[in-house]
Design a protein around this ligand. Structure first.
Ligand code: ADP
Length: 392
């Protein structure tokens, strides 16, 4: 059965088509600069990458090209072979604790949550509507970044602010990257050969978050109302004293929107180093003796260790720690420094094993009290799996 996994941004559309349940990727690609000049798309099929410059005024046109490519490349002979389309949605609020089939009510609820994800939720709806128009026979589903975290207990998601902010304005911790945390937690349980586990999953990419997962369910996570909480990220500040925000708005005479932009786009690795939001550039800066690159790397590592320590205590132990996403999968030095900082827990790095990049493997010695693993994440296949499960 053919299932399409879709991630629509405001000007982009990423997709992967799977043969399910085998989970074989048949074709994948991305449409870029939709609604902007010089739009184009790239597709990967049979190990080959093809790029085409095309006018892409909106997401519907992108889907039409997608269908054309599927047919020309004989991925499908008829459109009705596509049985399901799963859409990634960033914010599902308290409404959704699992993936669901798209209905009018579902769309209304996602729209209601636009205020909490002003860039992402409207884009997802645009993607859903375009897919419905172009591929009407497929079952459309939505998979939420927040759903996995809905099992958190109240004390972990209520903020210590006036309670009415929660009841009247939906202010609470929702978390994000849930599909990724769930994927690596499931895979970790498979490797351990049991489900009754306490795991700490570290999704460390440009965006970064840590989750505490008990028996496959989220107990706590570091992102908050929005992704700008918890860890230090490429250009996001993560946890800071909330009063810094109002103090600096007064000092600089800037609006809430300008402040939000600074905290999300000009902070984190970029803000402190003034070099880059990309960990590879920070590492290169360190090698050149740039002190602020070293400073922000120390801060970054410290914060990850702090969250691991917090969740270790919160769960009353830990059976495995997982690293995933760009930095978690590929940055050997970052993993080394994090794991070295966990020695007090009896965790011992295996230097040689830690040399892996982008592949699954254990990176601690056999006598390490808690094993640490690299597990490449795969949010797209999770979307395809959930969609398959929802097809009647
Ligand atoms: P996104 O959140 O945008 O999906 P990714 O998961 O792709 O981000 O992670 C991007 C981050 O991964 C960047 O900071 C990048 O520097 C880092 N990264 C990728 N490859 C390497 C590498 N080989 N060494 C160190 N960092 C890497």
């Amino acid at each position: 059965m053919k299932i399409l996994s879709v991630n629509a941004g405001s000007s982009s559309l990423k997709f992967q088509m799977y043969e399910m349940p085998e989970e074989k990727v048949l074709i994948s690609g991305v449409f870029e600069r939709i609604g902007i000049h010089e739009s184009f798309y790239t597709i990967k099929i049979n190990g080959e990458a093809i790029r085409k410059e095309k006018d892409l005024p909106n997401h519907k046109v992108a889907f039409q090209y997608l269908v054309e490519e599927l047919e020309e490349n004989h991925v499908v002979e008829r459109l009705d072979e596509i049985k399901g389309i799963g859409h990634r949605v960033v914010q599902g609020g308290s409404y959704f604790d699992k993936s669901v089939v798209v209905t009018e009510d579902v769309i209304k609820k996602i729209e209601e949550l636009n205020v909490l994800a002003p860039l992402h939720n409207p884009a997802a709806i645009t993607g859903i509507k375009a897919a419905q128009e172009v591929i009407p026979n497929a079952v459309q589903t939505v998979v939420f970044d927040t759903a996995f975290h809905q099992t958190m207990p109240e004390e972990n998601y209520i903020y210590a602010v006036p309670y009415e902010w929660y009841t009247d304005y939906k202010v609470r911790r929702y978390g994000a990257h849930g599909t990724s945390h769930m994927y690596v937690a499931n895979r970790m349980n498979q490797i351990l050969g049991r489900e009754d586990t306490k795991l700490i999953t570290c999704h460390i990419g440009n965006g970064a978050s840590v989750s505490a997962v008990v028996n496959g369910k989220c107990l706590d996570t570091s992102m908050g109302l929005t992704p700008n909480a918890g860890l230090i990220m490429g250009s996001r500040c993560g946890d800071i004293d909330a009063t810094v925000v109002t103090y600096m708005m007064n000092q600089l005479g800037i609006s809430a929107q300008e402040m939000d932009n600074i905290l999300n786009k000009k902070s984190g690795l970029l803000g402190v180093s003034n070099v880059s939001s990309d960990m590879r550039d920070i590492d290169a800066g360190i090698l050149e003796g740039n002190e602020r690159c070293e400073l922000v790397k120390k801060m970054f590592i410290r914060r990850v260790i702090d969250y691991i320590a917090k969740y270790y205590v919160e769960m009353g132990g830990c059976d495995a720690i997982v690293f995933t996403a760009g930095i978690g999968e590929k940055s050997v030095t970052t993993r080394r420094r994090i794991v070295d900082g966990l020695k007090i827990l009896g965790i011992n790095l295996d230097e040689k094993a830690n040399g892996i990049r982008g592949v699954e493997g254990k990176i601690t010695t056999d006598d390490s009290k808690i094993p640490c693993y690299v597990i490449p994440t795969d949010e797209e296949v999770m979307i395809a799996r959930d969609t398959l499960a929802l097809i009647p």
